[in-house]
Design a protein around this ligand. Sequence first.
Ligand code: GLN
Length: 235
Amino acid sequence: ESGVALVKSGVLTTCTHLPYAPFQSKDDSGKVVGFDVALIDLVAAKLSVKQEIVDTPFEGIKSGADLNSGKCDVAAAGMTITDERKKVIDFSDPYFDATQALATQTGKEVKTLEELAGKRLGVQGGTTGEEYINAQVKQKGLKVEVVSYRDLAALQQALATNQVAAAVNDLPVWNEYIKANPGKAVVAAGFDTGEQYGFAVKKGNTELLKSVNEALASARSDGTYDKIYKEWIGE
Ligand code: GLN
């Protein structure tokens, strides 16, 4: 044992919010898998413990509530590092770069938010995508109706069933969705928000944070990160 204190002895408990493929989702057997899961498995291996995943709303993850209450040791949720979140949780070194993207059904592409005037635009509640869109609407006085969905599955369902004309979320999740639903949707526009994902621990848990960062650093230097990237994200 590494001596790093964990909420449950012998187990690294990881809070995530499902589904968020390719970062975390259930495979056909119901097992939670993905890019984040594979990276946190490396942390668990380094600590000589197993990983246990807890699916919980994103709000409790980003607010620090779940880490503070001891629901989990680490949060791995495709979560963007932001100054606001840094006030309540401690982030690892960045492990993934992302931007926001606007998806529409195939054949219904729009290039700008302005073109969505009078239409509904879907976002995922509590995310940086929602924040970005709300800021744009305010700043540009856009006449679009922003509709917030509780998770990615609900947002994608809304797009597929014409409840919204377009939907915004992180680019890699749209790429994954399009791969899984060929011909159904397209990434019509991108917004270069320059985001970076970080894993998070309870504020002040420097010991665990150090293990997370060390596991990330060795994965980057020994090729494991690239292998995991290729497996879950692509070339
Ligand atoms: N990267 C986005 C954020 O941090 C979305 C995360 C998510 O929905 N799991 O807000």
